[in-house]
Structures are given as structure tokens and as C-alpha cells.
Design a binder for this molecule. Structure first.
Ligand code: MV4
Length: 491
């Protein structure tokens, strides 16, 4: 019998990522402890874990963001380590330190690394001094009265970014001086609401750029490894919608340039555990610019797993246990192509408003080289309190086109009733000429008129009588009734 690195790990998250982490824990022979809020008593993650601890009310602040409640759950369950997933406490240096005080291992980057890369302007200064190119812009916060002259110097368009933020929250683009005042105001307002900090900085906005990020792993012994890149240029309001690996934009030469930049950046900040180094690639000048570093497992990690065969969550756990990584850099190769579609509970016909509620009918897609990471099941409830991500559908193919066709087919057989979803948008993107050709950038949704084509669009139905299709849709998949069997969950 091989010895497990930990015997019990607490998963401080919910939904699909908690399910994802629990699955790897089980594959490693580690007991998985779920935590849940009032809204998640019947969450899929609760169902699949070996034990589950209630941590508070439905509001994130009362449960998944409640450091003391999570620490208490870890202590009472006897967990030796905590995996934070993404969001919630994943990038909170104070959480890492609090766990340390209790002798509990945090499965993620150390507090000092979190602090360095979590301060976006500080990170810009740090990486810029380390010789890593960052997007032209300010290295200090910009006062409202100086903004116009700074923008003039950079040249329009510019993008206003909140100092405290991350992941696009509160960012505003200004195409000219008239728009700048409004952009400053709304970026500042959003920033103070979301992060309690009004400071903003300016960057030149690169409208034709592609968003390409590198998956990095620091082994905790000074070794830095990469698992190639993902392209995430399809975003709506800075929320990623479709991601793929490898990037169709890169030649082998550009790829090795990007990868060595990312590894150099990770070495400069002595990166440990899984991290993503986000870059903008300007196809015109063939320049890469570091945007930010995400010190956590990311939603889109499965496309990297699909092309490399590396279980990134497993590597995170091994690194946190002091074992380093379980692969050699020279053994990791890009095999084929993978594409991920994020299915959200949101209503494209109502301004993409969240669409919480009960999932009345539910059929997950399957098929050759299709992976589904979901947090829900037929009959379960999508709470309004959290990220509306329902599931990720990931396809792999020997070629990009094979992966794309498999993903289109998978979306066409997916059924989710009772709540609105963005599946029609995903279908339009995957069939768009620019996407099919791999020739797209961060403005694909606008430039290709995809949002405008959404109205009245529905995913092509197979030649099957509508009533029968409906009846099939409502037949339960096995998981639907699993909760009745699981004694831990009250019926
Ligand atoms: C940018 C940019 C262009 N120029 N910064 C989006 C998420 C966040 N991490 C950084 N993001 C961007 N920053 C400059 N200076 C383009 C993006 C961007 C984007 C912008 C609009 C619409 C879709 C986008 C998709 C990816 C990245």
C-alpha cells in the first residue's frame, strides 16, 4: 500500500471546483471534508465528500469567506490541509497565515507570494524591474486630476484598472478624453464597492490583443515548471466564456518566447504551487506583456490537463506536502487540442442577469473525449448567492477542429431546464467563422456581432419530436437520486 501524503483534506469551496478537488483527493486515497452553507445543504460537493461540515449562512461572508468558521471546520474534522479552490479564500494571505498558526497546510502559494502578486500595481513594478515586459502604463496610482495628461501621453484608447482588483472587475476602457472622466468615476466606484479601495491606474488599451496565459507550478524546492499555455480571449465583461489549449495564435518560436518569459517571471518571485501568468499578446508587434498573476487553481485548468495529462490538483497537493512535482519538464508535451465551454446560469436575453433556481431537467453531455465538471444535478438548486457557473464542458481532439466539433456536439446534447443558460451563446461562438479559423482576439463578441445574433437563436434541435425530446430530457440521470441514498443528507 502506498502511503497517502495527507490522510484528510478540507475543501474550502463549493460547486464544480469543490467536486473537482474531492475527486482528486479520492484518487489519492485522501479523505475529503466538504464545507457547506445553508444554501448548499444538498450541494453535489456535500454529496460526494466523505464528510461535510456546516460553516454558516448563505451569504458568502457568513460561510465560505468566514475564515474562523473554515478554520474551526478544519480543526474539528481533523483535516491536515485545506484546498481553497478558486475565489473565496483562495488568494487571501491572512487566511494562509491563520491556517499556519493552527499547523494546518494551505494547498496553494505561501502568504508572501500571495501578497506580492495580489497587489497588482506592486506586481507591475516588481516584474517590470525584473525585466519582464508589462503593458505600457503607470506604475503608481493616478489622481483624477492627472489622468487626462497621463492618458494623452500613453495615447488613446486607455484602460482604467482598479488597484485593488483582479480578474477584470471594475475595469473601464476610454477611447477618448470625453470618455475618460466617466471611466475614472465608474472604475473608482466599483473598486471602492468591491475592494474598499478607490485608487486606479492607467494602461494603454490594446484592442487587438489576445489573452494568453501560462500554467506554472513551483515545486517548493526552487524548481519552476510550466504546462504550456491557454488562450482565453473569449470573454464577456472580463468573464471568460470559452478557453482553449494550446493557443492557435502561437508559432513554436512565439510559444517558447512566452513560456520562457513566464518561467523567468515565476523564478523572479520564487513562485510556489500552481499559478497562472496572464499575458496580452499583440499580434501586430508580436509582443507579449505580463498582465497579472493568478495565485490559485483556475476555472480553465482542465484544458491544460487534457493536453498534458497532468492532474494539476494532484500536483498542488504533492507540492503542499513537500513532495515536489511528479513529472519531469522534458516529459510534458502538448498532445492534441482541448477547448472548454463555461455553462452559466444566466439569461442572455435579459442582459445576462443571473438566473438562479431549481434545475427541473438536466442531462450532462458525454461522448468521446468529453469531460464535464459540474456542481449540480437534476433537481438541484442554483443558489443566487454565488458564481452562476453551472458546469464546464471540455473536449479533447487530435486536432483543434476535432476538439471543436466534439464540443459543439456535446453542447447540442446538453439539456438544462428550469433556469436560463448561456448555451446558445457558446454554440454561436464555437461555430463563428473567426473562432473556427482560430483568428480572433478579445473583441470577438463585439466584432463578430455574436451578441447581436443571440436574439431568437436556439441550438439546433435534432430531428426528434419535440415532446419526446422533452420526455427524454426529464428522465433522471443516476446522480439525480443519489442524495436519497446518501444518509448524510437529510431528505
Ligand atoms: C487589458 C486588455 C487590453 N489592454 N489590458 C481582462 C481581464 C484582466 N485580467 C485583464 N483583461 C484585459 N486587460 C490592456 N491594457 C484586454 C483585456 C482583456 C479583454 C478586454 C476586453 C474584452 C475581452 C477581453 C478578454 C481578455 C482580456
Amino acid at each position: 500500500m502506498e502511503e497517502a501524503v495527507f490522510s484528510k483534506v478540507l475543501v474550502a469551496n463549493r460547486g464544480e471546483i469543490a467536486v473537482r478537488v474531492i475527486r482528486t483527493l479520492k484518487s489519492m486515497g485522501i479523505r475529503a471534508v466538504a464545507v457547506y452553507s445553508d444554501a448548499d445543504e444538498r450541494g453535489l460537493h456535500v454529496l460526494l465528500a466523505d464528510e461535510a461540515v456546516w460553516v454558516g449562512g448563505s451569504e458568502p461572508a457568513e460561510s465560505y469567506l468566514n475564515i474562523e468558521a473554515i478554520v474551526r471546520a478544519a480543526k474539528t474534522s481533523g483535516a491536515e490541509a485545506v484546498h481553497p479552490g478558486y475565489g473565496f479564500l483562495a488568494q487571501r494571505a491572512d487566511f494562509v497565515e491563520r491556517l499556519e498558526e493552527e499547523g494546518i497546510v494551505f494547498i496553494g502559494p505561501p502568504a508572501e507570494v500571495q501578497r506580492l502578486v495580489g497587489d497588482k500595481l506592486g506586481a507591475r513594478r516588481f516584474f517590470s524591474s525584473a525585466g519582464i515586459p508589462v503593458v505600457p502604463g503607470t506604475l503608481e496610482p493616478v489622481e483624477a486630476r492627472d489622468a487626462a495628461s497621463v492618458a494623452e501621453e500613453l495615447g488613446y484608447p486607455v484602460i482604467v484598472k482598479p488597484v485593488g482588483g483582479g480578474g477584470g472587475i471594475g475595469m473601464r476602457i476610454a477611447w477618448n478624453e470625453e470618455e475618460l472622466a466617466g471611466a475614472l468615476r465608474s472604475a473608482g466606484e466599483l473598486a471602492s464597492k468591491a475592494f474598499g479601495r478607490v485608487e486606479v491606474y492607467l494602461e494603454k488599451y490594446l484592442p487587438r490583443a489576445r489573452h494568453i496565459e501560462v500554467q506554472v507550478l513551483g515545486d517548493g524546492k526552487g524548481g519552476i515548471y510550466h504546462l504550456f499555455e491557454r488562450e482565453c480571449s473569449v470573454q464577456r465583461r472580463f468573464q471568460k466564456v470559452v478557453e482553449e489549449a494550446p493557443s492557435p495564435a502561437l508559432t513554436p518560436e512565439l510559444r517558447s518566447e512566452l513560456l520562457s518569459l513566464a518561467v523567468r517571471a515565476a523564478k523572479a518571485c520564487t513562485y510556489v504551487n500552481a499559478g497562472t501568468f496572464e499575458f496580452l499578446f499583440d499580434p501586430g508587434s508580436r509582443q507579449f506583456y505580463l498582465l497579472e498573476v493568478n495565485s490559485r487553481i483556475q476555472v480553465e485548468h482542465p484544458v491544460t490537463e487534457a493536453i498534458t495529462g497532468v492532474d494539476i490538483v494532484r500536483e498542488q497537493i504533492l507540492i503542499a506536502a513537500g513532495e515536489g512535482v511528479d513529472f519531469k519538464q522534458e516529459d510534458v508535451e502538448i498532445r492534441g487540442h482541448a477547448i472548454e465551454a463555461r455553462v452559466y446560469a444566466e439569461d442572455p436575453l435579459n442582459g445576462f442577469a443571473p438566473s438562479p433556481g431549481r434545475i427541473e431537467a438536466y442531462r450532462e453531455p458525454s461522448g468521446p473525449w468529453i469531460r464535464v465538471d459540474s456542481g449540480y444535478y437534476a433537481g438541484s438548486e442554483v443558489p443566487l448567492y454565488y458564481d452562476p457557473l453551472i458546469m464546464k464542458v471540455v473536449s479533447w481532439g487530435r486536432s483543434r477542429e476535432e476538439a471543436r466539433r466534439r464540443l459543439v456536439a456535446a453542447l447540442e446534447e446538453t439539456v438544462i431546464r428550469g433556469i436560463a443558460t448561456n448555451i446558445a451563446l457558446l454554440h454561436l461562438v464555437l461555430n463563428d467563422e473567426a473562432f473556427v479559423g482560430g483568428d480572433y482576439n478579445t473583441r470577438i463578441l463585439e466584432e463578430r456581432g455574436i451578441l447581436a445574433r443571440l436574439k431568437g437563436y436556439s441550438v439546433r434541435s435534432p430531428s426528434f419530436p419535440a415532446e419526446e425530446r422533452e420526455a427524454v430530457a426529464h428522465r433522471p440521470q443516476p446522480l439525480q437520486d443519489l442524495w436519497r441514498v446518501a444518509a448524510r443528507v437529510r431528505p
